[in-house]
Design a protein around this ligand. Structure first.
Ligand SMILES: Cc1cc2nc3c(=O)[nH]c(=O)nc-3n(C[C@H](O)[C@H](O)[C@H](O)COP(=O)(O)OP(=O)(O)OC[C@H]3O[C@@H](n4cnc5c(N)ncnc54)[C@H](O)[C@@H]3O)c2cc1C
Length: 449
């Protein structure tokens, strides 16, 4: 089937749908092609056995994430505060230590080292221009090292280094050794600092959606009134001065312009005629996706709350290294969400499901006692196994990529425009970044038309 329109959008995640919404609001005609049989991309909400909505992908929003908040509000998707009363847990050297506040207070030397490292990283991040990180004065030096080499050079306490490694892992689902320091500083700056990235109240984990995060995309797609086509992976994008033709499985769309709202690595799998310039192709060869398996354990009630625990854990044992209380607002049922990230996700993804299940339950029992090892339901989602995501939370930049290829990330190529959270300058890697990128790409198209 062939169709003609003003703009064809590839990808019905938050970025593609936000772009389409803005274009339609401005009077343009749009067709959105989505590979999967559903919208929402890296957000996915499925009911647990009792119907509780479970977010297997993106879920939290926080202060300064104004675009996603406004979009949700416009669509009637409501939020509630994440639960964080009670003591947090650090599991270290085979033992659970309970503590109040953001950091354990039993090791002042490491706490000081951690505070100093955070101040130093924040100060460096403030010197990264968001629109063009490669133009930072120290860009080359920062892009020539990993976060790991920086930690080893600058942070004296091994415990502080481990905390920072875990903070990085829980933000980017990659290891400190994988990440360009410049990229990490860019991510920090785009969120307004390290504290907003890590905090629950006052930070990125502050609120959740009653209906689940995917509800935003589902309602957005409904509002687009038949313009979103599901189950049609774009395979070939022909482009020239006259316009664009996107050939998807079973569907061809002719348009004035295209917005490709997919992660760089996924954009690199689509064919282009004529082929894209080498600098774009070499970028998309170099921005791998993070590695994460998200698990949910569901209990009759959040029993850890009665024991004075918040449900938050940071741990040095695998596979689950971070846990939060993810119960619905009324606390029924009790839900713990655990993240298997970075190297743990890479190695545990190769094990069988039964092994993984045993590994996860052993962690939860260590953190919260025997009862946590007997949930009534255990759910898992490995994002590297998703053909049209390739991993999560987002694409990240290893050393050398920003300074050699960064300019290719957002720059339109003729009638092709790029969106997706990786191209955002605010809250990149987050849902907020996805919405910002989609709206920016739509504005670019409107300005060019
Ligand atoms: C486990 C997990 C936890 C997360 N937690 C949070 C969180 O708490 N808060 C937060 O803000 N963010 C979180 N994120 C990140 C957030 O979900 C993403 O940043 C955001 O959803 C990205 O949206 P996007 O539109 O840029 O990309 P995507 O959602 O990846 O959308 C791209 C779309 O393009 C489609 N597609 C791919 N290839 C093709 C093709 N060839 N043709 C047509 N369509 C194609 C895909 O199917 C997909 O629907 C999390 C992500 C994961 C996976």
């Amino acid at each position: 089937m062939a169709a003609a329109t003003d703009v064809v959008v590839v990808g019905a995640g938050l970025a593609g749908l936000a772009a389409a919404r803005r274009l339609v609001d401005a009077g343009a005609e749009v067709v959105v092609l989505e590979a999967r049989g559903r919208v929402g991309g890296r957000t996915l909400t499925l009911p647990a056995a009792d119907g509780t909505p479970i977010d297997h992908g993106g879920q939290w929003i926080g202060p300064t994430q104004d675009r996603i908040a406004a979009l949700a509000e416009r669509l009637g998707v409501t939020t509630y505060p994440s639960y964080e009363r009670g003591l947090n847990t650090e599991f270290r050297d085979g033992q659970a230590h309970r503590f109040d506040g953001q950091l354990p207070d039993d090791d002042p030397v490491s706490a000081v080292a951690m505070g100093q490292a955070i101040r130093e990283l924040d100060a460096m991040a403030a010197r990264v221009p968001l629109e063009a990180p490669w133009t930072a004065e120290e860009a080359l030096a920062w892009d020539s090292q990993t976060v790991e080499t920086w930690l080893q050079a600058r942070v004296g306490s091994e415990r502080a280094r481990n905390w920072l490694r875990e903070a990085i892992r829980s933000t980017l689902a990659a290891e400190a050794r994988d990440l360009s320091l410049l990229h990490t500083l860019f991510v920090i700056r785009s969120a307004g600092g390290i504290a907003p990235l890590l905090a629950t109240a006052g930070g990125a984990q502050e609120r959740r959606f009653h209906q689940g995060a995917q509800a935003i995309s589902i309602r957005l797609a409904e509002s687009l009134d038949g313009r979103v086509v599901l189950g049609v992976p774009a395979q070939l994008v022909s482009h020239g001065e006259a316009g664009v033709v996107v050939e998807a499985e079973g569907r061809t769309v002719t348009a004035g312009r295209a917005i490709l709202a997919v992660p760089p690595a996924i954009a690199g799998r689509i064919g282009y005629r004529p082929a894209l310039p080498g600098w774009r192709s070499q970028l998309t060869q170099r921005v791998p996706m993070g590695s994460v398996i998200k698990v949910h354990a569901i209990y009759e009630e959040p029993f850890w709350r009665e024991e004075g625990l918040s449900g938050f854990v940071v741990s040095d044992r695998g596979p689950v290294t971070i846990v939060y209380d993810n119960s619905p607002e009324d606390g029924s049922p009790g839900v713990l969400v655990g993240f298997i990230e970075g190297e743990q996700a890479r190695s545990w993804a190769r094990r069988n499901r039964a092994d993984r299940r045993a590994g996860v339950l052993a962690c939860l029992a260590d953190y919260f006692g025997e009862r946590a090892g007997r949930p009534r339901e255990l759910l898992e989602r490995s994002w590297a196994d998703e053909e049209y995501s390739g991993g999560c939370f987002a694409g990240y930049f290893p050393p050398g990529v920003w300074t050699s290829f960064g300019q290719a990330l957002r720059e339109p190529i003729g009638r092709l425009h790029w969106a997706g959270t990786e191209t955002a300058t605010a809250w990149t890697a987050y849902m907020e970044g996805a919405v910002q990128s989609g709206q920016r790409a739509a504005d670019e198209v409107l300005a060019a038309s």
